[in-house]
Design a binder for this molecule. Structure first.
Ligand code: PMP
Length: 412
């Protein structure tokens, strides 16, 4: 296999750096890729589970746009639903009827949901859920998990980040994942002041193995929340629909008060949703929260089609099975070179790490060697599987991985 070069990507990045801060900012920034010279920066088109960069290189995409792509790029069913709505209306002076249909569908689909509220990004609804919890409980403090990610609002960042001030974190308490005792200590310390406990369904930090909840973790958290009138919020922005179509709390068998969705709910069309229980409907109505594009009907029509299609094809089981096929194959190939590949998190969005080297440099090198041959892997973040990944994609990925192991083995 010849390895890719990225002459056009790199030239465009130089141009970008003159007019765009960091050239590419945020989670797509090349600083997250190691070494950045082994990765494409600009994408010209995408179809199914693949994308093509501006140098003409073809990739099997295991990041799925960092989660939104779940049914394949340019999925005809979803794009037709969006096109049909766009021929009627999109961003007008009031909402389209599809907004009600989407809310009804979510309320039917998600067992705890009695209402749905729509926005654009995951961070819009994680922030909204905290305002709702504070309004409902008349309390201030929020308990989060250390290393958990909920967006870029000042409260969600760490106190070290530029542009945030100490006061942004005044009412945020961070406790370790899977640590019930730490939650009990927080409750004891602030007996009447904790409005909400927010966490992802399982712990999926960057640069670290992902961790499932211990047995009875969620059930104990739920009981403590109920006892102390603390709103239990699941941030399902990343895991949503990749563990259970009805919400990840169904997979782990507990009952939150609110759930935040985004990413996969639109298959790339920009939309997020907060859903919650009847008792919080008054509070969510009290809170003033809106945005210029939040009523865009096209994304709502796309989202409705995404939910219907995922249910019809049992997308979640498909992705878990494809993830099993991929990770099994990778682990077996790694073994033949004497490497130990550790897989953590859900098989539909696995975090993979070569354990032979504590510095992670070997793992970074292997991910880069795979990417240069057409299997786009990041070393620091969980990957994503979609229903569009075919058996052929997975076989080709395993062939690429094999060659990449040969390449890193030669230098290890
Ligand atoms: N919560 C989780 C668990 C996420 O993974 C993300 C995005 N990576 C967010 C919230 C924030 O979503 P957004 O970037 O759409 O605001």
């Amino acid at each position: 296999m010849t390895t890719y070069t990225y002459t056009k990507s790199q030239a465009l990045f130089q141009r970008a750096a003159k007019v765009i801060p960091c050239g590419i900012y945020g989670h797509f920034s090349p600083v997250c890729l190691c070494p950045p010279t082994d990765y494409p920066f600009y994408i010209s088109r995408a179809k199914g589970a693949r994308f093509w960069d501006i140098d003409g290189n073809e990739f099997i995409d295991y990041m799925c746009a960092y989660g939104p792509m779940i049914l394949g790029y340019q999925n005809e069913i979803i794009d037709n639903a969006a096109k049909n709505q766009s021929e009627l209306s999109d961003c007008v002076t009031g909402p389209a009827p599809v907004m009600v249909e989407l809310a009804e569908y979510l309320v039917d689909l998600i067992p705890i949901a009695d209402w749905a509220y729509f926005a654009k990004n995951g961070g819009d609804v994680t922030s909204l859920s905290l305002m709702v919890a504070r309004d409902a409980t008349h309390k201030k403090k929020i308990v989060l998990i250390k290393g958990g990610y909920h967006g870029v609002a000042p409260w969600a960042q760490t106190s070290l980040h530029h542009g945030t001030i100490e006061e942004d974190h005044e009412h945020i308490i961070r406790i370790p994942w899977n640590d019930i005792q730490a939650f009990e200590v927080a409750i004891e310390r602030y007996p009447n002041d904790i409005a909400a406990f927010m966490a992802t369904p399982y712990h999926h930090p960057v640069y670290a193995d992902n961790e499932m909840p211990n047995e009875n973790y969620w059930q104990t958290i739920e009981a403590l929340c109920q006892k102390h009138n603390i709103m239990l919020i699941v941030d399902d922005v990343r895991c949503g629909f990749r563990l259970d179509i009805k919400g990840s709390h169904e997979y782990f068998k507990f009952q939150p008060d609110m759930i935040c969705f985004s990413k996969a709910i639109g298959n790339g069309y920009p939309i997020s949703a907060l859903v919650g229980t009847e008792s919080l409907k008054k509070s969510v109505a009290n809170v003033f929260y809106t945005g210029t594009y939040w009523f865009s009907a096209v994304a709502m029509a796309a989202s409705l089609a995404v939910l219907q299609e995922m249910k019809k094809i049992d997308a979640t089981s498909m992705m878990i099975e494809k993830g099993r096929q991929l990770t099994r194959g990778l682990v077996d190939i790694a073994k033949t070179y004497g490497f130990d590949l550790k897989v953590s998190g859900s098989l539909s969005m696995p975090y993979i790490r070569i354990t032979n080297d504590d510095t992670q440099m070997l793992h970074q090198a292997w991910c880069a060697e795979c990417t240069k041959r057409g299997a786009y892997f990041t070393p620091h973040h969980n990957w994503f599987i979609s229903t569009a990944h075919t058996d052929m994609d997975i076989q080709q990925t395993l062939d690429i991985a094999n060659e990449a192991f040969q390449a890193v083995n030669a230098n290890y």
